[in-house]
Design a protein around this ligand. Structure first.
Ligand code: KG4
Ligand code: ZN
Length: 355
């Protein structure tokens, strides 16, 4: 079983990804994005995303196979994101994965998208230490997790966001600042020429009486919007606003993550998800981890945003841990909580019969 080549398929949002992993090593991967088709709407349009997946899923898998120098018949297992994500988008990836698993007669695994973000790091930096502290920061999630054996153990949530996710805050504020979609990379780019101390944005939930590991970004978003409104009729110093917002987000995220490592006596912090691509989040995490004697792991930029390799990486861990494959009538779970890396929601019809 160790030598199975695992195909991973990701289609939870606007990226169609396919990746091939064996024994913790990335053999090849490809990503197609429908981001440009959503740009004029200022956010992902679910129906457009689902249709784009239909067009891209087959060529993306072929491209990943070509890159790895493999053919479909080399695949020994299929892993697919079954949640969380957009309903129609997830359905397309799952249908493709089921078709391939059924045709090849190989096991199928449902994977939690966020566990994929974490496993992406193993493709670059090797197996995760047990335990490790994980800061997941994406467009839909912001969580601080204590992770033991990713393939076997439940994932402990030390804290989550009470409202907006960090990426959502970047995306929404970027819109108010007149920056293009997606907002995170645009804020990052604009911040390069700005002063991070120009605007004293708040640091939400960092007071002595606040929940130590919970996050909140909607107040920060509102503060940024109010600041922009105060410039009505004058030119908005966008770079200063972007740099100050980015500094506030990076400060809160890294401060809480390092404190959690210290309190729980955990020597490794892994920062993953789309926002882990942010240059200030990366540099401040580096600075603070170094000062605290904590080892920092962040996946390379190309594996930070959604891709299929990260889903294949989870599938590979599950195969090697001897995890039970999913039934072919597995369903999707668009709002799946992150409890285990494997996510095998059972189709409603089956649940009704067996209930
Ligand atoms: O993980 P991801 O690709 O998709 C989700 O699962 O949500 O994360 C997308 C989020 C978006 O909010 C995007 O604006 C943000 O990650 N992002 C960034 C950067 N690159 C992507 N945020 C800040 N700085 C970046 N360089
Ligand atoms: Zn993601």
């Amino acid at each position: 079983m160790d030598s199975s080549i695992v195909l991973g398929i990701e289609s939870s949002c606007d990226e169609t990804g396919a990746g091939l992993v064996r024994g913790g090593r990335l053999l090849g991967h490809a990503v197609a994005s429908s981001m440009d088709e959503h740009a004029r709407f200022g956010g992902v349009v679910p129906e457009i995303a689902a249709r784009a997946h239909v067009h891209s899923v087959r060529p993306v898998i072929q491209q990943a196979l070509d890159e790895a120098g493999l053919t479909l018949s080399d695949i020994g297992a299929v892993a697919v994101t079954t949640g969380p994500g957009l309903t129609g988008a997830l359905q397309v990836g799952l249908a493709g994965a089921k078709g391939i698993a059924y045709a090849l007669g190989v096991p199928l695994y449902g994977v939690h998208h966020l566990a994929g973000h974490l496993a992406a790091d193993t493709l670059e930096h090797g197996p995760l230490p047990n335990p490790c502290m994980v800061l997941i920061v994406s467009g839909g999630h912001t969580s601080l997790l204590l992770v033991r054996d990713l393939a076997r153990d439940p994932i402990a949530h030390l804290g989550d966001t009470l409202d907006d996710a960090a990426g959502e805050c970047f995306d929404k504020v970027a819109r108010v600042f007149g920056l293009p979609y997606p907002g995170g990379p645009a804020i990052d780019q604009s911040a390069r020429t700005g002063n991070p101390r120009a605007v004293p944005f708040p640091r939400p939930l960092t007071g002595p009486r606040d929940e130590a590991y919970a996050f909140s970004f909607s107040g920060l978003k509102t503060a940024a919007a109010r600041w922009a409104e105060r410039h009505a009729g004058r030119e908005l110093p966008v770079a200063d606003g972007a740099a100050s917002l980015q500094e506030a987000v990076a400060d809160v995220l890294t401060r809480k993550a390092v404190t959690a490592c210290e309190e729980y006596g955990v020597g490794t912090l892994v920062v993953v998800g789309g926002v882990a691509a942010n240059s200030r989040v990366r540099s401040l995490a580096e600075e603070r981890c170094q000062a605290a004697g904590i080892q920092l792991r962040v996946p390379p930029l190309r594996l930070c945003t959604d891709n299929g390799a990260m889903i294949a990486a989870v599938g590979d861990l599950l195969v090697r841990a001897g995890a039970e494959p999913a039934p072919l009538d597995m369903s999707i779970d668009p709002s799946a909580p992150l409890e285990y890396a494997a996510l095998h929601p059972i189709a409603a019809a089956t649940r009704a019969v067996t209930a």
